[in-house]
Ligand binder design. Structure first.
Ligand SMILES: C[S@@+](CC[C@H](N)C(=O)[O-])C[C@H]1O[C@@H](n2cnc3c(N)ncnc32)[C@H](O)[C@@H]1O
Length: 389
């Protein structure tokens, strides 16, 4: 990395939206993609599969006011607009996806941050859903319970999933919650499924996992990173962290997940902690864990850091992501380092853990006092600390 490395430029590139077109028959539906979203710089591959099913009339486009839960970028809303169809609401749980949806012209009033289990019983006539099965089956189960409860008796849920993402298992779970399940297309492993007649005896969704973390009781929404355990990398970071580094400090927990590092910082005497995550499930989980603690603030934001008060912090703690779905995405790593540089005061210190194969030592080459503090016996991870250039 050159000494002219400019974190603001990296973050500006991170914030840039890439226009993408979703082809549905002869229609080209304009959408946007962003770093960190599935399929970036293109589309989530589920959308072409869904587009094909729509173009071949295997499934009818939205018929009634509907909920778009196909990944947060507003694909179905944009399609309905192009076809002169009914209005839709966008159920969105990613701050980056929300930015992309707004960039593609989804009205702010159509945005509904949340999850299927938030929707009132019987409030939905129609919904389109792309489950995030890589977030685990307890998340898929809670979302399915949410849909079965929210859907009106005569409503329909259109779902799209891939056989390699556990499509068969998802179908079995869906059949336990809906009386009618019809696979409308199978193509290249993708399956588009129409679910109707929600069963009346579906359990009330319970998406919360209760567990004990190293610093106290945890309450984490299913599908949040490491929802019921301490990630091995995070454990390495906790071991390496010098306790004095946190006492009296203003701390940013960048990509806070369950809120475990925020809780640790508060217990270690941090003056204040900002917990920030792109994922709404992480934000709600962190709120559940640190809410009420003086000095704790949880914010839903991606790395664009549209949180003006998060500036000039003393310490950044992070276990940055490197996957989106099941794909490794390198651009996220540089974005996390740039966001840390932007948030830290001069000489403020970053503590970071990552998979040893990732290029963080190179990304931190222009920082000061770069040290590898990986605890012994953890060869798969690298815990690094450095102070801001
Ligand atoms: C590896 S997890 C670490 C979570 C938690 N700090 C821990 O150690 O258990 C990375 C976190 O970064 C969040 N994340 C991913 N992309 C992000 C982005 N662009 N902006 C902010 N957070 C992001 C993920 O949602 C996830 O919670």
């Amino acid at each position: 990395m050159s000494s002219s490395w400019d974190p603001d430029a990296v973050l500006a590139a991170h914030a840039a939206l890439v226009p993408v077109a979703w082809r549905v028959g002869s229609a080209e539906v304009p959408l946007a993609s962003a770093v960190g979203l599935r399929g970036y710089p293109g589309l989530d591959p589920a959308l072409p599969a869904l587009g094909e099913a729509l173009a071949r009339s295997r499934v009818a486009p939205p018929q009634r006011p509907f909920v778009d839960a196909t990944g947060g970028v507003g694909a179905l809303i944009a399609l309905a607009r192009a076809l002169g169809g009914p209005p839709g609401r966008l159920l969105v749980a990613s701050a980056a996806a929300q930015r992309a949806a707004l960039g593609a012209g989804v009205e702010p009033s159509a945005l509904e941050p949340g999850f299927p289990w938030d929707l009132p019983p019987g409030s939905v006539e129609e919904a389109w859903w792309r489950p995030a099965s890589e977030r685990g089956w307890s998340r898929v189960r809670a979302e399915l319970d949410g849909w079965a409860r929210a859907l009106q008796p005569g409503g329909r849920l259109v779902a799209v999933w891939h056989k390699d993402e556990g499509g068969k298992r998802a179908e079995r779970m869906a059949a336990e919650r809906f009386e009618a399940l019809q696979v409308v297309t199978r193509a290249a492993g993708w399956r588009v499924v129409e679910l109707t007649r929600p069963r009346p005896d579906v359990p009330v969704p319970d998406p919360w996992c209760h567990w004990r973390g190293p610093d106290g009781p945890m309450q984490t929404l299913a599908g949040t990173f490491a929802a019921e355990r301490v990630d091995a990398g995070t454990a390495a970071l906790l071991t390496a962290l010098e306790r004095d580094a946190l006492r009296g400090a203003r701390v940013l927990d960048l990509g806070c997940g369950s809120g475990l590092l925020s809780l640790h910082a508060l217990r270690a005497g941090a003056a204040c902690v900002w917990a920030l995550d792109d994922d709404l499930a992480a934000v709600r989980s962190s709120e559940a864990v640190v809410s009420g603690a003086p000095g704790a603030v949880v914010r839903w934001s991606d790395l664009t850091l549209d949180v003006p008060e998060v500036r000039a912090v003393d310490v950044v703690l992070t276990n940055p992501p490197f996957h989106v779905g099941r794909r490794v995405v390198g651009a996220l790593s540089e974005g996390f380092v740039a966001a840390a540089a932007t948030a830290l005061r001069p000489q403020g210190r970053l503590w970071l853990v990552a998979n040893a194969a990732l290029p963080f030592e190179r990304l931190l080459a222009s920082w000061h006092d770069l040290r590898d503090v990986t605890p012994a016996k953890l060869p798969g991870y690298r815990v690094l600390t450095a102070s801001r250039p």
